[in-house]
Design a protein. Structure first.
Ligand code: RB5
Length: 146
């Protein structure tokens, strides 16, 4: 169960981030904010890496990343060992990504989805549980790839 989340975004995601932070807090989740916090142009790999390292080091139970598409920031997160980041623009994939792939980071595209859809996706991801069983062996196979 996710009780503490690291969150980060680039300048494109900075307006959506506080909405998601507020939503997480209403669910009783502790949030560690890795920035950015304004519109000044910055680089998504900085925030993707910081959040992914916090998750990999188990300082938090999971992470949420936001950039324009969610793509770049999830790519960098997936370079950190132990990270399984998914970018989602609808709740079904978010749910299944946790149940089957045991994702530990959810990425969102601020230019792709609205804030209400983003909250639905976050809820679907938070409410889902890894099913284990046959999926456990597959996740281990993912982890065995360098
Ligand atoms: C920034 O312009 C944009 O490239 C970034 O937010 C993200 O969409 C990258 O994948």
């Amino acid at each position: 169960m996710i009780k503490k989340i690291a969150i980060g975004c680039d300048h494109v995601g900075y307006e959506l981030k506080p909405i998601i932070v507020e939503h997480l807090k209403t669910r009783g989740i502790e949030v560690v904010d890795y920035g950015t916090n304004d519109i000044e142009r910055t680089d998504y790999p900085v925030y993707g890496r910081s959040v992914a390292e916090a998750v990999a080091e188990k300082n938090v139970d999971g992470g949420i990343l936001i950039c324009g598409t969610g793509v770049g920031i999830s790519i960098v997160a997936n370079k950190i060992k132990g990270i399984r980041a998914v970018v989602c623009s609808e709740p079904y994939s978010a749910k299944l990504s946790k149940e089957h792939n045991d994702t530990n980071i959810l990425a969102l595209g601020a230019r792709v989805i609205g804030s209400e859809m983003a909250k639905m996706i976050v809820d679907a991801w938070l409410d889902a549980e890894f099913e284990g069983g046959r999926h456990k062996a597959r996740v281990s196979m993912i982890e065995s790839v360098n």
